[in-house]
Structures are given as structure tokens and as C-alpha cells.
Design a protein around this ligand. Structure first.
Ligand code: SF4
Length: 492
């Protein structure tokens, strides 16, 4: 979570991220379990990570730049994080603000004791709140929007910490899945629309039935916890040291709007999201894509890895054989989150290679999860032609990404989104495919939820496709009125 989104950062510093959070309370191995959980969430953020543990009195913190396996490779590090509870965070960022001061969980000593916070999402009025707090004398230690919540809690006049926490969250807009710790308890909370995911599980008797929170169910699986349920949108769950748990709904009832892109791309396919297997949802998206956008081709080839389940669905629906016509190296990061166009081009070459023996002379239908800037897609089409493909057709398992995300996901500013700049045929020409087609927004809804999108009450956040942002975007409205108007006007 960072204030350095191009629309939010007063200095124009570009730093965008998607994140993962994990927490456990009630286990003597809390920090080690958290490191394992973060490792399972590594796909949500690869540039930095941190763990804060608590022993009922003090907090202990370790944060670092790099992957979880690098930062927490040393057993001694985990010995330095004692206590029965711990929370952790994996973070993605691009340039600027990459220093340790922005690595979460953040923690502070408040009037009522220590407080730590790990945040997945983005607060879309953080700039405004920050200015107000600074005018009142607050001194910020980071450029993170998450720190705004700490200052709002510190200055709240309510008597209990839970009341102060809720009071602070009533002032923020946007997306937040939070795992917080006080010396004696863990608090997990999801924003009123449930934009970002958060689930709860429980470890077995060997770990005293410790309660676990995580961004995705895959982290529960990996640490051996049983999935109990999602944290409901707007729910605040408080777990005390002795295991007693209470649930609060302080924000009223709203129609949930979980991020539909979790199904398309972000979540691991072995996770459950919004009550559904992500893998099954991706296969259904592929099948729907085949119905909507059929192709006369010899092979269905996924752009690995996130395009694989959709390509299986496309193949099964269409009867066109599925083959691994592109082989992916697993030793480079995802190109969606590379820091510059130049680096992105080299990233494509390092990451994907055509399986020439398979594709030579064939008509290929490529299946990818999305097109963002289009540069990766163009390189992949070129790679298939270089490998001798006779025809290259491109099918996309999401509608055109024409709007930026302001809820904690790394999408470029609108001017760099291919679908914001071009209609379908110019996009096809840009990526140099023989044909190009995207799944419709109604088709996407049908695939993941069984019924079409209700424009009056959409069941997901789909703003990057429709421009229909489910919350106010105060900072954006303040800074770029014209851009904001464009976004709100273009509702599919
Ligand atoms: Fe997800 Fe797109 Fe909404 Fe962002 S704008 S939360 S990526 S659906």
C-alpha cells in the first residue's frame, strides 16, 4: 500500500503494488508459520516482506527487501521473532519508496500500547487524510497510505482501541484487508465492499487450534490450517490471547464487490475465492471465451502460467487440442509488474520461449489472462511467428483493461493501457495477431458467478474493465478531475 501511485503521489513517484497478508495467533511457532504462509503468498508481492511477532507484551520485527525465502532463510531470524502471535506481509513496488521504511507490517507505540498493521489494498483518500493529519502535527515515518490508519487511530477520541480502530476506518475510502495486532489480540478486518480477499482458518491440536488469517486459502493449505470461512465484507474479527473470538459489523451492510481480477489473474489457481475454486473459475472463463470467440485453429496454446486453466477450458469447449507451445522459465518475475517498458521487453524474452517443434506450421490460438500495455502480447505473437506458426490468433480471458485500479493492484496509468488508447482492430494491429478477441464482461460474470452482470448492482468490482469504481476516489478527483470524469463516464 503506498501513496506513490501516479495519481496519489505529490512527487509523481511511481510505486504500485499488490500485496498479501498473513497472521496467526495462539501458536508457539507463530513466526515460522507466518514465514511459511507468506511463502505461499509470494505471487502477490515479490519485492519485500516482513513479519512482526508479539509475546503479549513486546513486539519484534524483521523486514527486508526480496523474497520470503531470502529474507527469512536464517533460522536465527525466526528465533528473533518470539511469541504466540505474528503477522506478515509480502509487498510489490516499482520505483521509489522501495526502502525498508515502507515495508510492512508497520508498527507504532500508541497511547494504549503497541499496534501493528499489515494491509492489502489501497486507501483512495489517503493523500487528503495525510495532509489533514500533517496539518495537525502528525509526523509520518513512511510514504505508505497504511500509516494514515495508524495516525487516525492515535488521534481518535474513543476510549477503547477497537472503537478507535473502527473510528479510523470510517474515515478511509478504498480497499483494505487488514491484519493488526495489539499486545493481547489480533484483529482482522475487510473493507465494507470486500474488495480484497481475506480468509480465516484454524490449525490443529498440535498448534493449540491457533487461528490463522490469510489473503488466500492456499496459505492455509500450506501451513496445515483448515479453511473455516472468508472474513465477510465489512467484518472486524477480534481474537484474544486465550482464543476467544468476537465478530463485529460496524460499517452496516453493503453489497459486496470483491475484485473480479482475483479470479482472472491474481489469486493462485489452488485458492478459493468468493466461494469458488479459482482454477475452476478460470477453466469456465476459457470455456465461455471459446463460445463467444471461436477460432479455426490447430492448437490451443496458453501463455503460461496464468493463461493455462483458461486455455484448458477453451480447448475442452472448442475441441481444439491443448498444447504447451510456450515454455516458461520459472526463474524470472511476472512481466505484468516490471518497472519500465525496456525492462519489460527483456523480461518477456527471459521468461517465455516458443516450443518450436510443436508450433511450426500450425495455426495457433493463444490464450492469455489479460492485455495491459500490449507489449508483452506483441512479443509473444512475434515469438510464435519466429518459431514458424502459420497463423497466430489471440484470445483474452478478460475484457479489455481500459481503466486503472485504485484498490491496490499494479495497473499502469490509463494513458499506458492499450485498451484505453485503441479500439479492437488497432489493438490487433499493435500486437500483430491474425485475430484478437476478448471475453465480454457479461461472459466473465457468467463464467465466475453463473449469471450476467447486473449494471445496477454489480456483484464484483470490475472497474478496470468498466470504469464503474465502487468507492469514491477522493485523491484522484482532487488531482485529476478530467481523468476522473473520463473514468466515470465510460461505464460499459
Ligand atoms: Fe480488481 Fe480491477 Fe477492481 Fe482493481 S479495479 S479491484 S483490479 S476489478
Amino acid at each position: 500500500m503506498n501513496l506513490t501511485h501516479p495519481y496519489l503521489d505529490p512527487d509523481g513517484d511511481k510505486l504500485r503494488e499488490e500485496c498479501g497478508v498473513f497472521g496467526v495467533i495462539g501458536s508457539t511457532e507463530a513466526a515460522a508459520i507466518t514465514a511459511l504462509g507468506l511463502h505461499a503468498l509470494q505471487h502477490r508481492g515479490q519485492e519485500a516482506c516482513g513479519i512482526v511477532s508479539g509475546d503479549g507484551r513486546d513486539f519484534f520485527a524483521r523486514r527486508g527487501l526480496g523474497h520470503v525465502a531470502q529474507v527469512f532463510s536464517d533460522q536465527q531470524l525466526l528465533a528473533e521473532l518470539p511469541g504466540h502471535m505474528a503477522s506478515g506481509h509480502v509487498r510489490y513496488s516499482t520505483t521509489g519508496g522501495q526502502g525498508l521504511r515502507n515495508v510492512q507490517p508497520l508498527h507504532a507505540d500508541l497511547a494504549r500500547g503497541g499496534f501493528s498493521i499489515a494491509h492489502n489494498g489501497n486507501i483512495s483518500n489517503a493523500g487528503q487524510l495525510r495532509r489533514q493529519l500533517v496539518e495537525k502535527g502528525a509526523i509520518f515515518q513512511s510514504s505508505s497510505d497504511t500509516e494514515v490508519i495508524i495516525h487516525l487511530i492515535a488521534t481518535s477520541r474513543y476510549p477503547t482501541l477497537l472503537d478507535r480502530f473502527v473510528d479510523a476506518l470510517r474515515m478511509v475510502e478504498g480497499a483494505y484487508s487488514l491484519i493488526c495486532m495489539t499486545p493481547k489480540r489480533m484483529i482482522a478486518c475487510r473493507d465494507p465492499l470486500g474488495i480484497r480477499p481475506l480468509v480465516m482458518g484454524r490449525l490443529g491440536p498440535k498448534d493449540n487450534g491457533a487461528v490463522v488469517f490469510a489473503s488466500e486459502t492456499v496459505a492455509l493449505d500450506v501451513v496445515g490450517a483448515t479453511f473455516e470461512r472468508e472474513i465477510e465484507p465489512g467484518e472486524v474479527v477480534e481474537v484474544r490471547q486465550d482464543g476467544r473470538m468476537s465478530s463485529h459489523r460496524p460499517f452496516g451492510v453493503h453489497g459486496p464487490r470483491p475484485c473480479i481480477f482475483e479470479h482472472v489473474y491474481f489469486s493462485r489457481p489452488d485458492s478459493l475465492f468468493a466461494g469458488r475454486s479459482v482454477y475452476e473459475a478460470r477453466k469456465a472463463i476459457g470455456a465461455q471465451l471459446a463460445l463467444e470467440c471461436p477460432t479455426d485453429a490447430d492448437l490451443v496454446v496458453p501463455v503460461p502460467d496464468s493463461g493455462v486453466p483458461a486455455a484448458i477450458g477453451y480447448s475442452q469447449q472448442s475441441g481444439v487440442p491443448f498444447e504447451l507451445g510456450i515454455i516458461r522459465s520459472h526463474y524470472v518475475g511476472r512481466t505484468f509488474i516490471q518497472p519500465s517498458d525496456g525492462a519489460r521487453h527483456s523480461g518477456v524474452k527471459r521468461k517465455h520461449n516458443a516450443n518450436r517443434a510443436l508450433v511450426e506450421g500450425k495455426r495457433i490460438v493463444l490464450i492469455d489472462d489479460s492485455i495491459v500495455r500490449g507489449t508483452t502480447s506483441m512479443k509473444i505473437v512475434e515469438m510464435m511467428r519466429d518459431a514458424g506458426a502459420r497463423e497466430v490468433h489471440f484470445r483474452v480471458a478478460s475484457p479489455p483493461t481500459a481503466h486503472s485500479c485504485f484498490y491496490g493492484v499494479d495497473t499502469p496509468e490509463r494513458s499506458k493501457l492499450l485498451a484505453a488508447r485503441m479500439d479492437l482492430e488497432p489493438m490487433r494491429e499493435f500486437i500483430k495477431a491474425d485475430s484478437l478477441a476478448f471475453i465480454s464482461i457479461n461472459g466473465l460474470y457468467r463464467a465466475v458467478d453463473g449469471i450476467e452482470r447486473d449494471a445496477a448492482a454489480p456483484r464484483f468490482c470490475d472497474a478496470c474493465f468498466t470504469g464503474d469504481y465502487p468507492t469514491s476516489l477522493t485523491d484522484l478527483a482532487e488531482r485529476t478531475q478530467s481523468e476522473a470524469q473520463l473514468s466515470f463516464d465510460k461505464v460499459a
